[in-house]
Design a protein around this ligand. Structure first.
Ligand code: TRH
Length: 386
């Protein structure tokens, strides 16, 4: 069997639920192709679900080239592996494909879930020899410290965000593409909040906190997700198909945005509610205050994950900022003993939270990004340095 070209990568993505799996894979594949010059094939099991994140995808074509990436249907028994195979989030690889990987001595890396917990650094990069086949799988853990796999960040991301925030006509154009220019023009000083969360989030507390605030607020809400807007905002007056209002609080319903426009929304809002994994990382890079809701897990595991992140993320904060961030996160995720006023308090201190969020975004951006670390890791595998 001929050996595959060294710069060719296969990435595997199974869409379990929501948009995180494909969101992460699509972003990473584009970056590996455009910034690292790799030839990348992305194998996806569910094309209809993938279309939410890759709208150009034509589900009737088995293999297509999009944004420099070859997007492919799940491999069949004749598919030959590339030199490096990236399984994502332990999605599993087809048996026949795995056997060919052994024959071709392909390198096998599994990209794990992001967590700020202490154990991550000790597991990152570790080999896991397989009992059934003479091949080794390697764990690659994203993370917040230098001794982990880092965070996904495109080379020009922070520059792009600064360019939009500092250019009022670009900003206006962006609001126009969302159909929100009138909302923004009517009250340019209103507090802008994006809301992407799981149904269990403490939305009742958020709405009460916003009503108490002595400031107009616009909430940008992806109407295609979560519960229907009617059940979330039952006593709001419908202004038109896309807008609801109650006193100083407006809700702007949004369609599911492209990843690029979703980034722009995060950059343009004063506060972002994010969830899961990918939107969480994007909110960090946005440099705006955010409140993250972890993906719900049994026995409160998600709350442990949240505490680990907050402990790490607030390492350089003063006690006031620590209290504000911990309080607001605990209330949003309904952690035991949370303080009913914590989100309101956070809303009263947006300037301090903004300064801290910008500082942390810049600080974390000093570290190498995940794609660069992944490439470096795979080079070390080839040279038997791992
Ligand atoms: O959709 P999620 O809840 O995904 C989750 C998590 O990744 C979780 O860890 C995982 O176990 C589960 O999936 C299977 O949240 P996440 O990770 O933020 O992914 C959302 C993606 O959708 C992200 O790439 C941003 C993108 N997005 C848009 O492109 N447009 C939008 O309008 C919105 C709201 C999101």
């Amino acid at each position: 069997m001929t050996k595959p070209a060294l710069f060719s990568w296969d990435v595997f993505c199974k869409i379990v639920d929501n948009h995180g799996d494909i969101g992460i894979c699509w972003r990473l594949c584009r970056q590996l192709a455009s910034e690292q010059g790799l030839s990348v094939r992305l194998f996806v099991d569910d094309w209809l679900a993938a279309k939410n994140i890759i709208p150009q995808l034509d589900p009737t074509i088995e293999q297509q080239s999009l944004a420099g990436v070859t997007v492919c249907a799940w491999p069949n028994d004749t598919t030959l592996p590339s030199a490096t195979v990236l399984e994502t989030l332990s999605c599993g690889l087809p048996q026949a494909y795995l056997e060919k990987m052994v024959a071709q001595q392909a390198h096998w890396i599994n990209l794990e879930y992001l967590s700020a917990e202490d154990w991550v650094a000790s597991f990152h990069g570790k080999p896991s020899p397989q009992a059934q086949l003479p091949i080794t799988r390697h764990f690659f853990f994203p993370g917040f410290e230098l001794n982990t796999g880092g965070l996904i960040r495109e080379a020009s991301l922070l520059a792009q965000s600064n360019a939009l925030i500092n250019n009022t006509s670009e900003q206006a154009r962006f609001w126009q593409t969302l159909g929100c220019e009138q909302t923004i023009a009517n009250d340019p000083t209103c507090l802008r909040i994006s809301l992407f969360c799981y149904p269990q989030a403490n939305i009742k507390n958020l709405l009460e906190s916003l009503q108490r605030l002595d400031q107009a607020v616009t909430l940008f809400f992806p109407a295609s997700l979560l519960n229907s807007a009617d059940s979330l905002f039952p006593d709001f007056e419908k202004q038109d198909g896309q807008r609801l209002r109650k006193a100083k609080l407006s809700v702007q319903l949004l369609p599911f945005l492209s990843q690029t426009d979703y980034d722009r929304l995060l950059w343009s809002c004063d506060l972002n509610f994010v969830r899961g994994e990918d939107s969480w990382v994007r909110a960090i890079w946005a440099g705006q205050p955010f409140i993250w809701q972890p993906y719900l897990q049994n026995e409160g595991t998600h709350l442990k994950k949240m505490q680990a992140f907050l402990q790490r993320y607030t390492q350089h904060a003063n006690t006031d900022v620590i209290d504000l961030l911990l309080g607001a996160h605990n209330t949003w995720s309904d952690a035991p003993g949370h303080d009913g006023l914590a989100i309101f308090n956070a809303l009263l201190h947006m300037a301090e939270l903004k300064t801290y969020a910008a500082q942390e975004s810049d600080r974390l951006a000093q570290q190498p990004d995940l794609a660069s670390k992944l490439l470096c890791f795979s080079e070390n595998l080839k040279e038997n340095k791992v």
